[in-house]
Every structure is written in structure tokens, then in C-alpha cells.
Design a protein around this ligand. Structure first.
Ligand code: SF4
Length: 74
């Protein structure tokens, strides 16, 4: 198994389906929405913590996560 085969940590904030936006009607207007076809328009399940992975089965890495994995594999 090469270093590039190592699974990426599934951080919710690095999911390619995540969309950060503002909804002024909510008590906390900073919202994290899911754009995956299965959950489209619902809140992301998170969590948004630095050291905790999401257990979301729909998670896919965004460009930032892929770039980090590449750097670590060098
Ligand atoms: S709910 Fe899952 S697929 Fe949707 S943005 Fe959050 S982690 Fe990604």
C-alpha cells in the first residue's frame, strides 16, 4: 500500500458538497448546507471540529483536502 492509498480524514469542513452561506432569518445566520443530491438543501450533519471526522456516508474530499493529501504523500 503506498502513501497515496491512505484514506483521507473525513472532515466535514473539507467536503466537496458543503456550501457555506448566510440565512439572516436564522438565530445563527451562518449555515452549512449540503449540496449532495441525496441531502440537497439540508444542513450538513458536521461536526465542524478540527479533530473530529464526520460519519457522513456521502462525504467526498474537496480540492483543499485532495491537495493536503498530496502534500502529505510526498
Ligand atoms: S452532509 Fe455529508 S455530504 Fe453533505 S456536506 Fe455534510 S459531510 Fe458533505
Amino acid at each position: 500500500m503506498s502513501m497515496t492509498d491512505r484514506p483521507l480524514p473525513k472532515m466535514a469542513f473539507e467536503c466537496q458538497w458543503l456550501r457555506r452561506t448566510i440565512e439572516p432569518s436564522r438565530p445563527d445566520p451562518y449555515v452549512m448546507l449540503c449540496t449532495h443530491i441525496v441531502r440537497d438543501g439540508q444542513d450538513c450533519i458536521g461536526p465542524f471540529l478540527e479533530d473530529m471526522e464526520t460519519n457522513c456516508g456521502l462525504w467526498d474530499p474537496n480540492d483543499q483536502a485532495r491537495a493536503r493529501a498530496k502534500r502529505l504523500a510526498r
